[in-house]
Ligand binder design. Structure first.
Ligand code: DX5
Ligand code: ZN
Length: 216
């Protein structure tokens, strides 16, 4: 069965009106809420931490999808889960002991995802694909919203799909970065299950309508 989920990224929300934007997403057809955490070390930008997570947890009614763009994510996964994360995704490039971290996340009752930067080959996942709940393929270099989609992502979706099938894995494929109305249906057709969209949703005249359009 094909999954077509949209995960708006709060990174592009209006932080002065965070409650309003979260409530808008609660009432929309958004499936997940994508939460981008950046530390200024793994990526050249800092987004937010636990005080903001508390506000998100208080108001969000959707599945909370936390994307950690931080070094040593294993130190913080427990705290993100206690702040409401339903899924925690960690970067392959940031984890020395990825297998341990993935199983630690799952042992705390959350789903676990692994993220690949655009330059990291899919074959690096060969020995972890059977363990993860989700593979997040970055389609921009992480750190900022509103960047241009990298076309090589289509090739990586096909490779990830093959890897999932040949290992009887149940992992979903998520795409993050530069997703918009021009590429969303192509990405679903190529095998993506979940699309993250920040700029496309929040710069739209009607974010709710844009979320609907991205699903078609
Ligand atoms: C980038 C983040 C993305 C970002 C996507 O580092 O991981 O989730 O918010 O934003 P858009 O959709 O604007 O490219
Ligand atoms: Zn993200």
């Amino acid at each position: 069965m094909k999954t077509k989920l949209i995960a708006p990224s709060l990174l592009s929300a209006d932080f002065g009106n965070l409650q309003r934007d979260i409530e808008m997403l609660n009432d929309s057809q958004a499936d997940w809420l994508h939460i981008d955490v950046m530390d200024g070390r793994f990526v050249p930008n800092i987004s937010f931490g636990f005080p903001v997570m508390k506000t998100i947890q208080k108001h969000a009614k959707k599945f909370m999808d936390v994307h950690l763009m931080i070094v040593e994510p294993e130190k913080y996964v427990e705290e993100f889960i206690s702040h409401g994360a339903d899924l925690v995704s960690v970067h392959y490039e940031a984890c020395t002991h990825l297998h341990r971290t993935i199983h630690h996340i799952q042992s705390l009752g959350a789903k676990a995802g692994v993220v690949l930067n655009p330059s990291t080959p899919v074959l690096m996942l060969e020995d972890i694909i059977a363990d993860v709940d989700l593979v997040l393929l970055m389609s921009v270099n992480p750190g900022f919203g509103g960047q241009k989609f990298i076309e090589n992502t289509y090739k990586k979706i096909a490779e990830t799909k093959d890897l999932i099938l040949s290992n009887n894995s149940t992992a979903l494929i998520q795409i993050d970065g530069g997703v918009n109305i021009d590429n969303a249906s192509k990405l679903f057709d190529a095998g993506a299950d979940v699309l993250v969209a920040g700029n496309a949703v929040f710069s739209a005249e009607s974010p709710e309508r844009m979320i609907e359009l991205l699903k078609v």
